[in-house]
Design a protein around this ligand. Sequence first.
Ligand SMILES: NC(=O)c1ccc[n+]([C@@H]2O[C@H](COP(=O)([O-])OP(=O)(O)OC[C@H]3O[C@@H](n4cnc5c(N)ncnc54)[C@H](OP(=O)(O)O)[C@@H]3O)[C@@H](O)[C@H]2O)c1
Length: 297
Amino acid sequence: MNHQLKTINAMQRVLVTGATGNIGREVVHFLLQKEGMEVISAVRNVEKARSEFPVHPSLSFRKFDFQKTPSEAVFDGVDVLFLLRPPQLADVDKYFVPLLRTAKKKLSKVVFLSVQGAEKSKTIPHHKIEHAIRELGFEYIFVRPSYFMQNLTTTLAKEIREERRITLPSGKGKFNWIDVKDIGEATASLICRFDEYRNKAIEITGEENLSFGEVTDLMSQVYGQPFRFRSVNPIRFFFMKRREGMPSDFAFVMTMLHFIPRLVDAPKISPAFEQLLGKRPSSLKTFLERERKVIVG
Ligand SMILES: NC(=O)c1ccc[n+]([C@@H]2O[C@H](COP(=O)([O-])OP(=O)(O)OC[C@H]3O[C@@H](n4cnc5c(N)ncnc54)[C@H](OP(=O)(O)O)[C@@H]3O)[C@@H](O)[C@H]2O)c1
């Protein structure tokens, strides 16, 4: 009985937003491998989400929509909120501040998936969300990952597949490349070790800083066929994305995220991943080999 009570007390309930996306899916996967973790996936469509995850006794689903006023019930019984900003939602005052205010009535711990350099970039929504989390008095961990390798298999995939080309406003700017699986594993570990990392911002990076020209060279080498990089100016890029139907705030964030690296030093390489997990993060070459089918078809 005592043992059972102890187990119940030690159980941590984590509400995972964005659970069906790149990062959220990996966070759920790695959290479910940890002892004493109960995961509630906060999703727009519960039935659809349920069909996308393997059945697991510690996994449940709760209806949640960032674009609707949140009810306090969404946060009932939750110990830690894993908060992710869906890429199309950039209005922090409209979507995130009311949500955080409601969450604060029910819980005190937030792990926010931010971005490397958020502290310096006042124009990006992550900066404002971090600020709101601090202002509202949460205990927090900010996970600040570098550039996702999975951009090659999602946002940039169509042009790569159809044209064997990548077009961005990034010139010779260097990006640090990190595998989303590594971010998910590191984030799950941070959630489990919340007290140790409380009120810290942790950069999760890979070990390579590469420009897009260097990446397309690596792709050519790995896949044995030519890929090329085309750099365009940021204004042209913004309007190209608008013409493709991308909403303007999303196109703006995408332009800035790919233009700013031209103007600043190469990203810092952080030791945090290895310190947390005792292994090295994935290399881009390993990722390209693993995702060959998705990238080249
Ligand atoms: N790409 C990069 O290199 C990079 C680097 C650092 C940080 N980041 C940050 O990472 C975040 C994106 O993560 P990701 O790639 O995992 O995103 P993603 O794959 O696009 O997933 C977005 C998730 O949010 C959910 N969602 C969207 N709108 C919603 C709504 N109105 N209500 C409830 N759920 C909603 C989606 O659910 P549905 O299944 O219902 O659509 C999905 O689960 C962004 O904040 C981005 O800035 C990205």
